[in-house]
Design a protein around this ligand. Structure first.
Ligand SMILES: Nc1ncnc2c1ncn2[C@@H]1O[C@H](COP(=O)(O)OP(=O)(O)O)[C@@H](O)[C@H]1O
Ligand SMILES: [Mg+2]
Length: 455
């Protein structure tokens, strides 16, 4: 197998021959003029090969051939050749998402997120975003949004790709049974699809149960009964109640038990932090049962006494990605300090973004680095365990990680479609770039467009 990069040009020549420069032919170990198969994504076509005595690595497609395999644009990409006659261009990578806008913002508020992934593939792949509605199964094509060199977006019909990264934005849409069979149709065609769906908190707990990493997950119960809540409060003194399919801290209660003063419930209502006290357990249960329909689809989780700065709890977002060797790496870490009186550390409820080094130095002094290294190792162990138990491929994860006052590491939540807000911190921008690079390289791994180690 030989792999290199080249520039693809579409020309107006009439014949069915592809012209490649002698330098490219050498790099791909192609023989003299003969017939070859050209591939892009899952499409292929036969063509005559002609060699141009010219420097540089270029491939010139007459428009008939370019149309046959649907080359989207003149651009640089990778190219590999297996046996001197199958020439594959690519990788062709699709990010599956919702098209919710138009013009310069086709993906609405997520346009920047999608752009950052696609930019990482510029000049070394054909990378695009698409919505499930634009797949044409009978033609085996999809309408992709590509970034133009001059800026802005352009739509092109391309073959079904080599790899799909699932970034569908709606939990509700994704849960429909039809979505599952839709995704299976890609797998049946040999197309890799990673990050299959959103995680629910309870599913993650179940997946990790019995693995090495389970000791880092706080005790949890789904749809807790009042006696389970009471037992957990007796045992742990405080608990979190969280919607299993929730995010952004919405609908979360923090409940505390104090032998002398009774029960406290902290939560957010109408944009404000609320704190209520109840003498009796029944009073607390009345509140919980009144709001949000009897804690249905809620997880009760052991509360963790987080490390604090200025009496505000701190937790961390660990952003993990796979790399080109299919290994997990901790590519970015942000620390989040809770706003005063807030149940969670989200920035939208007054939380403050910091670097982990800043926080851990302040709390653990010179041992801060060591604590961070241990947390990174734990995060990798969690990702490996989760992936082993999950039925589908994973390429990117966002863990909400806490360190308790005894330095023990805990994982509250695993996100399979992690946001990128931590990378707004000026000190974390470089890590943000690293994450999208890794995702590109993981796609390279999945599509086999990567250098092989010589035997
Ligand atoms: N068991 C817990 N102990 C202590 N703090 C917690 C616990 N669970 C959640 N939190 C705090 O609440 C935040 C939000 O919880 P999380 O499980 O991430 O839910 P969401 O999906 O709403 O982000 C966490 O980042 C953490 O600061
Ligand atoms: Mg969270």
């Amino acid at each position: 197998m030989s792999l290199t990069t080249c520039t693809v040009h579409v020309t107006q020549r009439p014949e069915r021959a592809i012209y490649v420069t002698s330098e490219l032919a050498r790099a791909l170990r192609l023989g003299k003029a003969k017939s070859v198969t050209l591939k892009l994504g899952i499409k292929h076509t036969n063509a005559q090969l002609k060699i141009l005595k010219k420097d540089g690595k270029h491939a010139y497609f007459p428009s008939t051939l370019a149309n046959a395999i649907k080359i989207p644009q003149n651009s640089s990409c990778m190219v590999m050749c297996n046996n001197g006659r199958d020439i594959q261009f690519g990788p062709l990578i699709g990010i599956m998402t919702g098209v919710t806008g138009s013009g310069t913002r086709p993906f609405g508020s997520r346009t920047e997120l999608i752009r950052s992934y696609i930019s990482a593939g510029t000049d070394r792949s054909f990378m695009f975003a698409f919505s499930p509605q634009s797949v044409n199964w009978s033609q085996e094509t999809v309408v992709g949004y590509f970034l133009r060199k001059e800026g802005g977006w352009t739509r092109k019909t391309v073959p079904l790709p080599d790899v799909i990264y699932n970034r569908l934005p709606s939990r509700k849409a994704e849960k429909m049974a039809s979505m599952d069979s839709f995704k299976q149709r890609f797998l049946r065609r040999g197309i890799s699809l990673f990050n299959w769906s959103f995680f629910e908190k309870w599913d993650v707990y179940n997946l990790l149960e019995g693995t090495d990493a389970f000791k880092h997950v706080p005790e949890s119960h789904i749809n807790p009964t009042s006696s389970q809540i009471k037992d957990m409060l007796d045992k742990h003194k405080f608990i979190y109640l969280k919607p299993t399919g929730g995010s952004l801290g919405i609908g979360i209660y923090r409940v505390t038990y104090n032998a002398k003063r009774g029960y406290y419930a902290r939560f957010r209502r109408s944009g404000k932090n609320v704190l209520l006290r109840f003498n009796k357990f029944e009073g607390l249960m009345n509140l919980l049962n009144r709001q949000k329909g009897r804690l249905n689809h809620y997880v009760a989780q052991q509360g963790i006494r987080l490390i604090e700065i200025d009496s505000c709890p701190i937790d961390f977002r660990f952003h993990l990605t796979k790399n080109i060797n299919n290994q997990w790496v901790v590519a970015g870490i942000g620390a989040k300090k809770a706003g005063k009186g807030s149940v969670t550390t989200h920035v939208r409820t007054g939380g403050q973004l910091m670097t982990p080094e800043q926080v851990l130095k302040q709390i653990f002094g010179s041992r801060g680095d060591q604590v961070l290294d241990t947390a990174k190792e734990t995060a990798i162990k969690l990702a490996e365990s989760l992936e082993k138990k999950h039925r589908h491929m994973l390429g990117e994860l966002g863990f909400d990680i806490g360190i308790d006052q005894n330095e023990k590491i805990w994982m509250f939540e695993a996100n399979s479609k992690p946001g990128r807000s931590i990378f707004k911190h000026p000190a974390l921008k470089g890590q943000g770039k690293a994450t999208v690079n890794h995702i590109f390289e993981y796609c390279q791994y999945l599509s086999r467009f990567r250098p092989r180690r010589e035997a």
